[in-house]
Design a binder for this molecule. Structure first.
Ligand code: ZN
Length: 473
């Protein structure tokens, strides 16, 4: 039976993605290429079967997130500031706002209505710095809408996967209210999501809102009943387990921090540790690491076998990681971690900035789309697990290559053959000079040599044993 694939997309979401997601205009290129490959149904809010012969992803309209949705992760003061209409005017405010709007400072976090204009400006700058609304995260028109729609799009995608009608997704949670068992999908795609650097109270790394954590949180609260036969042949249930795999070239710092289990495990594990609540989320980030590479964070260091938190895994790679490296990391690290954790849902963050030729990271990685260890192969390996997939975007600063990568993933998830050439469409000229769908590697050296990979594998093997011990009966 073909898998049911949902594709979250709407004109409002695309328009906001074009404005607020760096690089601007990427969203339009991604969706136009995918549409030109005829991979989607027409706008289809219900999930009725398609009459087409070839498998198609059902296009599903996103819903914007509510404030209560956002408060599941973000702080009140951060949302007060970020969703204040004042921020939406910030870009224009310096040059064209009239005196009335200059005087309107409505954020409760600022509290300086009676201040002189210069002091107000300094206070506003201070608040912007505190909440990270500067540098690579500038304010822009429609910022509040962008935040609500990006978060809402991932919540919409996550809710499509949920097969029960749990209290968590019914009560006060608009995202889950339209889904029933018969409508649940196997795979939900949201290329506008994947803002994995936004922190609880700070914008960071082109990311203003933490849709990834919100989406995982929705899955985690879905109370999916998983029947497990124990040694006495009784049948019990357990909370769903979610495995988050982040293949963006940058460390997935915010999801890793958000789901780091509060309980610690010693080596060897004590009897009381064995009885404590087990983690329901495992995060695995495969990323580039070198001095000064964003985000500079010691949590991005290789997770050692002795870690007190074996379900928070970081796998740093050296410069020029090729499909050979990705193949080994997948087979020796990701596969064993998956087998030990036995997730019910997998959330894939597929930033395409690890692809060869990405303009921002300049050779940090040299990933490509074909061959063992390539993008297509990794997606095929994931599909073999037979678990529900939430597939999110992320970084990707070469617009054409990012569109290629995500179109290839969409096609692979549908089991469709990827054509050799980019079809004619509005942005076709930007695929010059090759005009081919696949992204080829450069000739750059892969600095992840055998010795380095062996060290990674040795540590992760130890982590896998720890995970096995945590979940063994
Ligand atoms: Zn990135």
């Amino acid at each position: 039976m073909p898998l049911k694939v949902a594709y979250v997309h709407s004109p409002e979401l695309e328009s906001l993605g074009n404005i607020g997601t760096h690089p601007s205009g990427r969203s339009a290129r991604v969706h136009r290429l995918i549409e030109s490959l005829h991979l989607l149904t027409e706008t289809s809010p219900d999930l009725t079967e398609s009459a087409d012969e070839l498998p198609l992803a059902k296009r599903v309209r996103a819903l914007p997130a509510s404030r209560s949705d956002l408060l599941r992760y973000h702080s009140q003061s951060f949302l007060d500031f970020l969703l204040d209409p004042q921020q939406e005017d910030a870009e224009d405010g310096s040059s064209s706002c009239d005196s009335e709007s200059d005087e309107t400072v409505s954020s409760s976090s600022l509290q300086d209505y009676d201040s002189p204009p210069k002091k107000k400006a300094r206070t506003a700058q201070s608040a912007a710095a505190r909440f990270g609304l500067q540098d690579d995260c500038p304010a822009f028109p429609k910022l509040a809408s962008y935040v609500e729609w990006i978060a809402g799009s991932t919540l919409t995608a996550a809710s499509l996967l949920v097969t029960d009608k749990s209290p968590a997704t019914d009560a006060g949670d608009t995202q889950g209210s339209g889904t029933t068992d018969s409508q649940a999908v196997d795979i939900a795609i949201n290329w506008e999501g994947g803002r994995h650097h936004a922190l609880r109270d700070k914008c960071s790394g082109f990311c203003y809102v933490q849709d990834v954590v919100l989406g995982i949180d929705l899955l985690r609260r879905s109370k999916l009943a998983v029947q497990v036969a124990d040694e006495s042949r009784c049948v019990s249930t357990r909370k769903p387990r979610i495995m988050y795999i982040d293949l963006d070239v940058h460390f997935g710092d915010a999801p890793a921090a958000a789901f780091k289990h509060p309980y610690r495990y010693s080596l060897p594990m004590t009897t009381s540790q064995k009885r404590q609540p087990k983690p329901t989320v495992m995060t695995v980030s495969v990323h580039h690491q070198s001095p000064g590479f964003f985000p500079s964070n010691s949590e991005a260091d290789l997770t050692l076998a002795t870690t007190p938190t074996p379900c928070t895994v970081a796998i740093p790679l050296r410069r020029g990681a090729s499909i050979n490296t990705y193949s080994r990391i997948w087979q020796k690290c990701i596969e064993p971690l998956r087998a030990a954790f036995e997730p019910d849902y997998v959330v894939l963050l597929l930033g395409m900035d690890a692809l060869a030729g990405d303009k921002l990271v300049d050779g940090a990685a040299n990933w490509s789309t074909q061959g063992e260890g390539g993008v297509t192969w990794c997606i095929q390996q994931t599909m073999k697990w037979g678990v529900k997939l939430l597939v999110l975007g992320g970084g990707g600063y070469h617009r054409a290559n990012t569109a290629r990568g995500w179109a290839i993933v969409t096609s692979t998830l549908l089991g469709r053959v990827i054509p050799e050439d980019v079809p004619a469409h509005d942005y076709w000229r930007e695929y010059s000079p090759s005009f081919q769908m696949h992204v080829q590697p450069t000739g750059a050296k892969d600095e992840n040599d055998a010795e380095y990979l062996a060290r990674i594998e040795q540590e992760i093997r130890g982590v896998v044993e720890r995970v096995q011990e945590i979940y063994s009966p």
